[in-house]
Structures are given as structure tokens and as C-alpha cells.
Write a new protein. Structure first.
Length: 95
């Protein structure tokens, strides 16, 4: 069974605001079957030139769940906080 994943590459500019955002995101995932798989900081560059030092990976049941989560009023309300706290590049994948 394949899933859909959201991968975020992150550079935090305001740690206090970022921690508030991080604390509020999990409640937005639950209605769509989403879960946090990992959140971490880069420890070593093995190849290439990664642009952000932090990474987050979310898993959802399917692409529709990703789209519904991202468009949900609960998550949309967090985007201004996210953007004030960090530069975030998000992409969705199937796998």
C-alpha cells in the first residue's frame, strides 16, 4: 500500500515562533490521518548542497489527504505563523 508524504525543508529564523508552530501542527494532521515521521537537523552532508539545515517528514494515507490537510482552515491559519518563523519549502510525494 502506498502512502503520500510531505517533506519540508526548513531554515528557522525565529525559534520561539517556530516552537509555537511546531506545537500546533499535530492537531491539524489528525483529521486527515497524517502523522509526523521525523523532524531533525542535518548532521552531515554526504552529497550535493542541501539548502536548509532542518527536515520534517509527514505521512498521509493518500494524495487527497495531503491536499485536504494543506487546504484545511486549521492548517491555513498556521501559515502566517510558519512564514514569520522560518523559510519552509514543502513538497508532496507518493511512495
Amino acid at each position: 500500500m502506498s502512502h503520500a508524504y510531505v517533506v519540508g525543508q526548513v531554515t528557522v529564523h525565529d525559534p520561539e515562533r517556530w516552537m509555537e508552530y511546531v506545537a500546533r501542527v499535530p492537531a491539524t494532521l489528525t483529521p486527515w490521518g497524517g502523522e509526523l515521521l521525523m523532524r531533525g537537523q542535518r548532521t552531515q552532508v554526504l552529497a550535493g548542497q542541501p539548502g536548509h539545515p532542518n527536515l520534517v517528514v509527514l505521512r498521509f494515507p493518500d494524495r487527497d489527504a495531503v491536499a485536504q490537510w494543506y487546504a484545511s482552515p486549521a492548517y491555513q491559519a498556521l501559515i502566517p505563523l510558519r512564514d514569520a518563523a522560518a523559510q519552509v519549502d514543502l513538497a508532496a510525494y507518493e511512495g
